[in-house]
Ligand binder design. Structure first.
Ligand SMILES: [Mn+2]
Length: 405
């Protein structure tokens, strides 16, 4: 492997770099979402795929296949309403499917955005009765997670309002603080409550958790096991996400990520498809924090592809994430720090950019070979005939369409 260095610097030996690279790859895992395998659409229309998963078993099967090909997706995020309609009673089925397909249940995602009664809000609804039903759903989600041995309950709250003056922003903050405190009280000692934020959509005037500051405040109020979840698609177009990540790391509030890419809004595009350098910069901030912090950060994919093949898109996402993670791992951090201290701006930037431009794909292939994995997971997926097989099996059924933020 060749690492670009400015002249005059000592090159690290090839074997040192390879060891560094393999350690970085061994430390990286990412969770796939059950909804990423199901049919989804836009608010204008749905284009169904014959191979899309409609049952929980099909979602586990797809996730198992992605894990088999990549070796780094051992868990599947589950959505309470879609995947566990009977609540804790479904835990036995999930256990069986996890064993059958070699993928464990991952984060548990409450659903507060589909029920008709949540039209004017769930945890922030002006009706106490509706707020209590929303809280009950949160507590059910904690119970499900506990039964499945899942560490994280991952909340995305759709609440907000569309017009100025139509809701009390401050009373809703109080209701939200209360609801999250009640949820936090039910967490087992090893469980966490992850709080996601989003500046707009589905509400277009104000959303009740609009940014990382609000999410961070709510997490601190909820209790010591609450953290912030950063969805890379949930920011305004010019926001510096790696700076937000740096602040959350600094304050010990970073709980995890929903990775995807975007061009305009919350587009749910493939990670790194529009701005791979941004993901590299985020990964760099995380790697500056060391191994101990890494175990406390949940890497999850939150994408639903309605044009690309779902399996292909998921494998492509995982592979891209690995490539960018590895590039960030190969930043010579001690040297970068020296250059930063000396205000050697161009040299620092070139070192940073140089790591991004490394072609790490040959190292990844070597790592996969050593780990008994296919060297090219996307090619292996095509060769396996998996998509054709499940498309033929599932094509007759009209899978239900879901949407997710
Ligand atoms: Mn998300």
């Amino acid at each position: 492997m060749r690492i670009r260095r400015l002249s005059g610097e000592t090159m690290q030996s090839k074997s040192d770099l390879q060891q560094l690279a393999f350690e970085a790859l061994d430390s990286f895992q990412i969770e796939v979402p059950s909804w990423g395998f199901a049919n989804t659409g836009t608010r204008f229309g749905k284009f169904l795929q014959a191979g899309a998963a409609s049952t929980l078993e099909e979602k586990f099967s797809d996730a198992g296949q992605v894990h088999k090909l990549t070796g780094v997706t051992p868990t599947l995020a589950l959505h309470v309403l879609w995947d566990l309609p009977n609540g804790t009673a479904d835990a036995g089925t999930v256990h069986d499917l996890a064993n059958k397909y070699g993928v464990a249940a991952g984060s548990i995602n409450p659903n507060l955005f589909q029920d008709q009664e949540f039209k004017f809000g769930s945890l922030c609804n002006p009706s106490k009765e509706i707020r209590e039903r929303a809280i009950a759903h949160m507590l059910d989600s904690v119970a499900i997670a506990r039964k499945l041995g899942s560490r994280d309950i991952s909340l995305w709250l759709p609440d907000g309002s569309n017009y100025p003056g139509t809701q009390s922003i401050r009373r809703r903050i109080e209701w939200l603080e209360e609801a999250l405190q009640k949820t936090h009280k039910k967490l087992a000692p090893n469980q966490r409550l992850l709080i996601e934020y989003k500046p707009f959509e589905p509400a277009f005037y104000h959303t009740d958790i609009a940014d990382w500051g609000m999410a961070s405040h709510l997490a601190a109020k909820a209790g010591p096991q609450a953290r912030v979840l950063v969805d890379t698609g949930h920011h305004y177009a010019t926001q510096n996400i790696e700076q937000i990540v740096a602040w959350l790391l600094h304050s010990g509030m970073l709980g995890g990520f929903h990775f995807n890419d975007r061009r305009y809004a919350d587009d749910d595009l493939t990670l790194g498809s529009i701005d791979p350098y941004q993901i590299f910069r985020i990964f760099h901030e995380i790697q500056l924090s060391g191994r101990k912090v890494l175990s406390q950060i949940a890497f999850m994919i939150d994408q639903s592809h309605n044009l690309k093949g779902k399996m292909e898109a998921m494998v492509q996402t995982v592979v891209t994430a690995q490539e960018l993670w590895l590039k960030a791992a190969l930043v010579d951090r001690p040297r970068l720090e020296r250059l930063q201290d000396q205000c050697e701006l161009v040299a620092a930037e070139e070192l940073f950019r140089g790591a991004f431009w490394n072609d790490v794909r040959p190292v990844l292939r070597e790592w996969r070979k050593l780990r008994g994995l296919p060297e090219d997971p996307l090619a292996a997926l095509a060769e396996s005939g998996y998509v054709q097989r499940v498309s033929a099996e599932r094509g007759g059924k009209m899978a239900p369409v879901t949407s997710y933020a």
